[in-house]
Write a protein that binds this ligand. Sequence first.
Ligand SMILES: *[C@@H]1O[C@H](CO)[C@@H](O)[C@H](O)[C@H]1NC(C)=O
Ligand SMILES: *[C@@H]1O[C@H](CO)[C@@H](O)[C@H](O)[C@H]1NC(C)=O
Ligand SMILES: *[C@@H]1O[C@H](CO)[C@@H](O)[C@H](O)[C@H]1NC(C)=O
Ligand SMILES: *[C@@H]1O[C@H](CO)[C@@H](O)[C@H](O)[C@H]1NC(C)=O
Ligand SMILES: *[C@@H]1O[C@H](CO)[C@@H](O)[C@H](O)[C@H]1NC(C)=O
Ligand SMILES: [Zn+2]
Length: 527
Amino acid sequence: MTSWLVMFSCLLIAVSGGVEDKAFWKQQGQARLKYSLQHKNVEKFAKNVIFFVGDGMGMSTVTAARIYKGQRQGRTGEETELVYEKFPFVGLSKTYNVDRQVPDSAGTATAMFSGVKTNYGVLGLDARAAPMDCDASQNAWSSVDSLATWGQDSGRHVGLVTTTSVTHATPAAFYSHINHRDWECDTKIPAKHKSCVKDIARQLVEDSPGSALRVILAGGQRMMGFTSEGDDNNDGCKRGDGRNLTEDWLKAGGGKRELVTTKQDLLNVDVGSTDYLMGLFSRCHIPYKSVRGEGHPSLVNMTVQAIKVLSKNPAGFILMVEGGRIDHGHHDNFARLALEEAVELEQAVEAAVEMTDPENTLIVVTADHSHSFTFNGYPLRGNDILGFANETEEVTQYETLSYANGPGYFSHRLNGTDSSPNNTWKDVATFTAEERADPYYRSVATFYLDHETHGGEDVPVFARGPFAHLLAGVYEQSYIAHAIGYAACIGPSQKLCAPRRVSSEAGVGAIKSLRLLGLMGAVLVIL
Ligand SMILES: *[C@@H]1O[C@H](CO)[C@@H](O)[C@H](O)[C@H]1NC(C)=O
Ligand SMILES: *[C@@H]1O[C@H](CO)[C@@H](O)[C@H](O)[C@H]1NC(C)=O
Ligand SMILES: *[C@@H]1O[C@H](CO)[C@@H](O)[C@H](O)[C@H]1NC(C)=O
Ligand SMILES: *[C@@H]1O[C@H](CO)[C@@H](O)[C@H](O)[C@H]1NC(C)=O
Ligand SMILES: *[C@@H]1O[C@H](CO)[C@@H](O)[C@H](O)[C@H]1NC(C)=O
Ligand SMILES: [Zn+2]
């Protein structure tokens, strides 16, 4: 999909001699109006759902990513449109957890996927289950089903794709039920709870809905026992039970199973004959796009293969795709890395848009939560989004993008000086251009923390396709699952959609026969 508004704008600038004058804005506004007026709500039920989650992709990240992308394409950047910004409906999702004002990814992903908000750090269990503390009967009654189970119950094929480890909070909320997100493999579960609950990796392979997932593309070899290489502290957790869960997954039967570990193997998979596809491309998380080697697939590569495998099912599919490392970049104050990851997620959305039909596929793009990431100053139009924010020379230079907290504090603080405002920070211009272009350059953070934190403001939800209009407005994050459930007529929303589905299917037949009779006017009356 080409960015028609941008092309249109460029054309207009050319016509108006390079000035965005009143003729320019009038035509721009009228063109957008015509685009909006063309829109018709799709009220047929969704065969397929693709749910994109940009982990930590709050509004400031979306805006900065839009500019970053446009500038890499040689434009000023602000006028750029990300593919999902052309979706007809946008809503705002309130992300708080039951017990926290500012949430984490486990609680938020449980809300988005299951339609039930829960506590910080908890996956697939409601707020009655104790965080970090397992009680088997309590877990049993507080367990919640996700879109994955609803989709499988309806005969759809279900898959997940992420750039993080497959057992990380967001993907884990899709298939697991556990009192803490860190219990990714057996060695991370405290001894007293080991007999109470299975680790997340085992739940993926042994329990429903994980065991029935048709596509699993992610990192996380170590948690799965596929490999024990790597350093325990940095690379996820090492299994203590000696199990190789990928072997169990391969033996599970039910159709042809493919296990791949490199980009080339993923691209070479015979999608036509593969019933179950698992790709584990790194020990823990897949490396950031900016520093990734040839052996690692992009989020686009994974998304495309996933859609190819899943879309063979005549009953449709449900796919969750996470750009999981936008969040990691932010936690380290690596603004450039976070934006690169956000742009990569957008490319995956673009691929999905090109491969699917808005008449039968609902695409939702949102974030689980925001970050303490801010975008400010008065930089000139077209100023490098990773550049300096000041418009005058009256103050020490600072960067347009910064963080309220995080490890970037000490990269920028002048050590051993008095605390006057003019002596707190190193002049950012004394970093060389090379230092500032480094993927691991840290932006300034004004309060020191080892890890930058999430942000608590609402995040945008972009939607197109069947019943996408249900996602307009301001709502609890948990509502997203209810709206998607209605659109696909699965899960608890079936009570509301099922009667309508029956009558709309009957309606289609009636419309066809009336067309045969040439009674088009009567169709309008019936509708
Ligand atoms: C785990 O099993 C897979 C599939 O058989 C195999 O490729 C891999 O080498 C095994 N890893 C270990 C550590 O045994
Ligand atoms: C894999 O992804 C990269 C980056 O998104 C893209 O340039 C490349 O064309 C993809 N490869 C295939 C075979 O689709
Ligand atoms: C910011 O101020 C510096 C001087 O301190 C100046 O050289 C630079 O052009 C300014 N940047 C912008 C974007 O105005
Ligand atoms: C200030 O000290 C910290 C910790 O000792 C160090 O990491 C940082 O680079 C120093 N900052 C500057 C601007 O030199
Ligand atoms: C900081 O610098 C500005 C501009 O040079 C000056 O006006 C101001 O008085 C200084 N503030 C302090 C606390 O020294
Ligand atoms: Zn996070």
